[in-house]
Write a protein that binds this ligand. Structure first.
Ligand SMILES: [Zn+2]
Length: 173
């Protein structure tokens, strides 16, 4: 993975004061993470770092979209996401996770890889309920659902008609 370093920031060598960085996350970023439910997306990360003597305050501003499956019609779509996060890197004696958003690094640490952190922030930005905007759902599926309203009330997962429809959709693509 030769582009692994794309998400690193300098630590010990970073001058005191404010700094800005910009990162772009694309499909490769998700593909490198086999375990990821999200496998496609494009997110721009604007990072502002405030460096003081013993601490770096990282302010992340994420904006973009990720490919998810619609809870209503089961088609994939690009869900817009946006999030802001704050994270602290403290300079101390040894590597230690002090809190959810605080990591202590050895004072002479050259750089820090933000890849996993950015991934975590993107996943956190995805809502539990993921649906197309009103009117954007797969028309065939919506038609089917409206003709078979019981699907909403009854057990949908074991309904053979529902499974048959899902299979039909996969072949269709
Ligand atoms: Zn939908």
């Amino acid at each position: 993975m030769e582009n692994k370093n794309v998400f690193t920031v300098p630590v010990s060598g970073l001058a005191l004061g404010n700094h800005s960085f910009r990162f772009e996350v694309n499909d490769d970023f998700f593909a490198e993470r086999d375990y990821s439910e999200v496998q496609q997306g494009h997110v721009v990360v604007q990072l502002d770092i405030e460096r003081s003597e013993h601490r770096l305050v990282l302010h992340f501003d994420l904006e973009g979209s990720v490919r998810v499956v619609c809870d209503r019609c089961a088609d994939s779509f690009d869900l817009p996401i946006a999030a802001e996060q704050e994270f602290f890197l403290k300079l101390g004696s040894e590597l230690k996770e002090e809190a959810d958003n605080v990591i202590v690094l050895p004072a002479d640490q050259q750089e820090f890889d933000l890849g996993d952190l950015i991934y975590e922030f993107i996943i956190l930005a995805i809502p539990m309920h993921r649906v197309h905007s009103e009117g954007q759902c797969n028309e065939e599926v919506m038609q089917y659902l409206s003709e078979h309203e019981y699907v909403e009330e009854e057990e949908t997962e074991n309904d053979p008609r529902w499974s048959a429809l899902k299979n039909y959709k996969i072949e269709d693509n």
